[in-house]
Design a protein around this ligand. Structure first.
Ligand code: FAD
Length: 509
């Protein structure tokens, strides 16, 4: 057993090494002034030979990351005149959803961090979320099945008002779309899929160049050509792959990935309580964490990680049995409640110079679930990270570049960080008169985002591993970690800041 564990740990450490080796170190950021010649060129919506539309930017994938990029580009003075194509066959992009507060909740939700809220507020999108159902939470409790410890977090620990906000996917997506529509941003939505892409020969892409065999103009030769599912084509100076974990752009551009599957699935669904839930709860069970996230009114969302066979069983069991299982998992099942012992905290009192608000809060039992309020959906979980984020004329953002375990609700927050940084770098490129598809410009985006994404992936990976191994000494170490995180104030503040989207490392600051 010990040898097996040791082998698993060694394998995981070497996997993380592969990820860490792909760090880049260069950090460069210049401010620039407006280059009129270039911005005029960007204002022009051109139709070049044989009536193929040309765009400054083609965003492939109008999900969260793609729409966030459109939203940021629409709100920055230097980029709002760009001519942008958004390619996605998702019907949500075609018909404006009118979401009412009493509509049935979407079982897919996102926990957005304060950093993301701030990006979205500045871009004018957050006001649309505020008009719909959403729930901010200012408290969080994390514990495990051994009953050896727990950690409470409170927004007041870091002088913030909220730790995060839970928003249904359809609400957030519709907010991004509404914001883009409310501006005079020149965007064209293609309700189609990208099928093929042709890049110029100097690109690092493995895609075969077809331009040389046609009598195309020099302008066309210097652009990417995208072929769409109805047989039509468009050209673009920059192709942004925001097309999710199975990215076609990534595949066509020949970007390699480092990836592995967790032998875990996540069941998600919406549940109802008899009272309003205002706290985010997460309990680590032997087969994975279960999270109960408030989404407003008396509803919460469940994200429950477990083995594929357990998820198959729990997806098909009747609603009442499932609700009972959820209540067991969040309360008395698998092991005892941790004791709210301030005595244990005294062990750390020498480090607890300025105690946080939450350090003396007692362990609480989450509110009981009374009813299942949506269908149950099952997702396979995997980790994936692309080795290169950018080459000439192509760049990846969101899940197309990285897919993480949902245990800390960070996936789309990383994608929003990518979209924000890319929009800023495109704006800087325009200001300096650069071609926005040039690799040296796009590499600056990679230099900024890759270390931040890899660091978050490494943190999530260690959590995932540490909490799925049931082994005596490790359980004690985990308990010490709970106590440390609960009672050592600088550590607790550092964890909250990092999880909130601050770009600091999760160490003492
Ligand atoms: C169970 C679970 C819970 C999660 N919880 C959270 C959470 O609490 N917080 C959080 O931050 N993240 C969470 N995530 C992660 C989050 O859902 C993803 O990170 C996020 O949805 C990725 O957004 P994206 O826009 O990059 O990709 P996607 O949402 O996958 O969007 C990709 C888009 O591209 C389109 N597309 C695909 N192929 C093509 C093509 N060939 N041509 C054109 N368009 C194409 C698709 O139609 C889609 O609209 C969770 C994930 C899971 C599985």
């Amino acid at each position: 057993m010990n040898r097996m564990l040791a082998r698993r740990l060694v394998t995981n450490v070497s996997r993380m090494n592969v990820l860490m080796k792909s760090f880049s170190t260069q950090v460069a950021e210049d401010a620039g002034s407006l280059n009129e010649k270039l911005s005029k060129e960007h204002e022009k919506k051109q139709t070049i030979s044989n009536n193929i539309q040309q765009y400054d930017v083609a965003i492939v994938g109008g999900g969260m990351a793609g729409m966030a990029l459109a939203c940021f580009l629409a709100s920055l003075p230097m980029t709002k005149q760009l001519n942008v194509a958004i390619i996605d066959s998702n019907p949500a992009l075609g018909s404006r959803l009118c979401i009412k507060k009493d509509d049935p909740p979407d079982p897919r939700v996102i926990t957005v961090t304060p950093a993301t809220i701030s990006f979205l507020r500045d871009a004018g999108a957050w006001q649309y979320v505020e008009q719909s159902r959403h729930a901010s939470f200012n408290k969080m409790q994390v514990w495990d099945y051994t009953g050896l410890g727990y950690t409470r977090y409170d927004a007041r620990d870091v002088n913030k008002e909220v730790l995060g906000c839970v928003v249904e996917n359809k609400v957030l997506h519709s907010a991004l779309l509404s914001r883009v529509e409310a501006t005079d941003f020149q965007k064209t939505i293609y309700p189609l899929r990208l099928t093929s892409m042709t890049l110029q020969p100097s690109s690092t892409s493995t895609v075969v160049d077809k331009f040389s065999s046609t009598a195309s103009s020099s302008a066309q030769r210097n652009l990417a050509k995208l072929e769409l599912s109805d047989g039509s084509s468009i050209y673009a100076k920059l192709v942004v792959g925001a097309d999710g974990g199975k990215s076609r752009v990534r595949e066509l551009a020949g970007f390699k990935t480092t990836e592995w599957n967790y032998s875990q699935n996540a069941i998600i669904c919406t549940v109802e309580h008899s009272i309003e839930n205002q706290c985010a709860w997460q309990r680590f069970l032997p087969s994975g964490p279960i999270a109960l996230l408030p989404i407003g009114d008396k509803y919460s969302n469940i994200v429950w990680t477990m083995s594929p066979s357990e998820s198959g069983h729990r997806k098909s069991m009747n609603d009442d049995d499932f609700v009972e299982d959820v209540n067991r998992a969040l309360d008395y099942g698998y092991g005892p409640h941790p004791k709210s012992s301030l005595g244990t905290g005294d062990l750390f009192s020498w480090l607890n110079m300025d105690s946080t608000f939450s350090a003396n809060q007692f362990f609480e039992i989450p509110p009981k679930v009374v009813k299942l309020a949506s269908q149950r959906m099952v997702f396979r979980l995997s980790l994936r990270h692309v080795n290169t984020y950018a080459s000439k004329r192509v760049v990846l953002i969101g899940d197309a570049a990285h897919t993480v375990h949902p245990l800390a609700g960070q996936g789309v927050n990383l994608g929003f960080g990518d979209a924000f940084t890319l929009s800023k770098i495109i704006a800087e490129g325009i200001a300096l008169g650069n071609d926005i598809g040039e690799v040296h410009l796009l590499k600056r985006y990679e230099t900024e985002r890759k270390p931040a994404n890899i660091m978050m992936m490494a943190v999530l990976e260690s959590f995932q591993k540490a909490y799925t191994i049931d082994f005596g000494p490790l359980n004690v170490l985990r308990a010490a970690a709970f106590h440390g995180a609960n009672y050592i104030s600088p550590l607790k503040r550092s964890i909250i800041s990092y999880a909130s989207g601050d770009q600091k490392l999760p160490l003492f600051t």
